[in-house]
Design a protein around this ligand. Structure first.
Ligand code: GDG
Length: 480
């Protein structure tokens, strides 16, 4: 066979994502498992099946041989400085990301970025092809790798291919802007199962396929013409929603730890024990609606509906994509706004906004969740939003109120949250005051329902359900 040439070992299950699930420590050069739910969900599955993970190790230019980590075979893909700039920062994060998030920031279309995207996607597909065993299952993750499914299918018609899209898939009228709209759809359609966060995302995708490629789609089944090499005729690809979740048990366990609970108390004390702590935590990204949140909060202080002696907003903005111009500009805007609000309303003993442009360990995040009376998730568009689910999973005390934007994937599931349209500043202000004043019984009733939902759908259910559907497809392919 052609596919055992490049790698000494092959795997029956291969995950492909832009980043490998490890980071290299600056101190001792050792690999550490990256934080995050995807790794937590897939690691046990890969360990059990002797699986492999293909991805970029995070250092430009680094040529690293495949190695084993925690029972997984890790297969590094090389990205040069230029690849990072054109494929990753350019096409992925300055074309696809803003376009797929409803053009909150204008997407840039550059042919050199597209060329790099094609080139790098081919490299990922080749790496996956070289490590996949005969008849293996390959699971491709996210918008940086939309061409990998079809490129891989060309190289390896024997493998079953899944793709999961972590971000929104936009409405047709926006998607149609993309100069390479047909190529991207055909790239995705190389997969047997194409997973989305929301039913609406799967619907937007199917509509784009109908309009751009003219393929027949019916309730998420898409008839895709086979190439001559595949024997002609058609095959069926499935486009369906698989809402992602978090490692609920891990958050539950952390939130019950006495040291974490003591830290939550300490956080409130260090803020001067305000009556109410409002909390937001986001990557510093223009999709997260941080500016809208600050505007509403600033106006509530200006109106005298909130008093800085009683309320503090803690905003963690973790550094993100700092070399992309739109992110530099966003940081300037947010920090100007925070500075203005604090300058206007702070007293010597109390601050309106405790702004933190840092990343924190998960323990500290959970302590912050426990310290927060009201959690603010005001994204203008978000595939899912895991912060909302983490807050709920951390509230082992049954307290806390979640304010949740209706433009997040999470809003489809978390129906007992206080729902907001972040563009409606008056409505957002009313929601914040309603959350602060919400009677204890209602708070607890809502949180109970939210906790039930999150507990019943954790991230291992997500991967099990996706891989289960993929296994059904591979069974059908074998019998057809
Ligand atoms: C994409 C989609 C979809 C943030 N700051 C710190 C920190 N975080 C963690 C959060 C959470 C994660 O990062 C962020 O996840 P989100 O889902 O909120 O947002 P994106 O990063 O945009 O993720 C999104 C997701 O993929 C999964 O499919 O839900 O819609 O955009 O886990 O806790 N974690 C730590 N310190 C920080 O300072 N430890």
């Amino acid at each position: 066979t052609t596919h055992s040439d490049h790698a000494t070992t092959t795997a029956d299950l291969v995950v492909v994502s832009n980043r490998l699930p490890v980071d290299r420590s600056a101190e001792d050069d050792d690999w550490r498992r990256s934080p995050g739910g995807l790794v937590a969900a897939l690691e046990p599955v890969l360990q059990q099946s002797g699986g492999a993970w293909v991805g970029w190790p995070g250092q430009p230019g680094a040529e690293i041989e495949p190695f084993t980590f925690d029972g997984m075979a890790l297969v590094p893909v090389v990205l040069s400085e230029e690849d990072v700039e054109l494929y990753y920062e350019g096409f992925s994060n300055d074309t696809i990301w803003p376009l797929y998030h409803d053009v909150i920031s204008p997407p840039a279309y550059h042919r050199e970025w597209w060329d790099a995207y094609v080139r790098v996607n081919r490299r990922f597909a080749e790496a996956a092809a070289s490590v996949a065993a005969e008849g293996a299952t390959v699971w491709v993750q996210d918008y940086q790798l939309q061409l990998v499914p079809s490129l891989l299918r060309e190289l390896r018609p024997d493998v079953t291919i899944g793709y999961f899209h972590h971000i929104p898939f936009p409405a047709y009228g926006l998607y149609a802007q993309l100069p390479w709209r047909k190529q991207v759809l055909s790239g995705l359609l190389g997969a047997d199962v194409i997973g989305f966060q929301r039913v609406a995302d799967a619907g937007n995708f199917a509509r784009a396929v109908r309009r751009q490629l003219g393929y027949e789609t019916k309730a998420g089944s898409i008839k895709v013409p086979r190439t001559e090499a595949e024997g002609g005729g058609t095959r069926t690809a499935i486009a369906k929603a698989y809402p992602i979740s978090i490692d609920v048990a891990a958050y539950d366990e952390l939130a019950r730890r006495p040291d974490v609970q003591a830290r939550a108390k300490e956080i409130r004390e260090s803020l001067g024990n305000p009556k109410t702590v409002l909390f937001g935590v986001d990557r510093l990204d223009y999709t997260k609606g941080i500016g809208h949140r600050l505007k509403a909060y600033g106006e509530l202080l200006a109106d005298g509906r909130l008093d800085v002696e009683d309320v503090t907003l803690v905003q963690v903005a973790s550094p993100s994509r700092e070399r992309v111009a739109a992110y530099m500009q966003l940081r300037d805007e947010i920090e100007l706004t925070v500075g203005r609000i604090n300058g206007d309303y702070d007293t010597v003993g109390h601050t309106a906004i405790r702004y933190l442009h840092h990343s924190y360990p998960r323990e500290e995040m959970v302590a912050l969740y426990l310290a927060a009376d009201v959690m603010l998730v005001t994204a203008l568009r978000d595939g899912m939003n895991l912060v909302a689910k983490e807050y709920i999973a951390s509230r082992v005390d049954g307290g806390g109120v979640l304010i949740l934007s209706e433009f997040t994937g999470a809003a489809d599931e978390l129906t007992q949250a206080v729902r907001v349209n972040p563009h409606d500043i008056a409505g957002l202000k009313d929601a914040i005051t309603a959350a602060i004043e919400m009677p204890e019984a209602e708070r607890r009733r809502r949180m109970r329902a939210l906790r039930r939902r999150v507990r019943d759908h954790d991230v291992s259910d997500w991967s099990r359900s996706f891989l289960g559907d993929l296994a059904l497809r591979s069974g059908e392919a074998a019998t057809s």
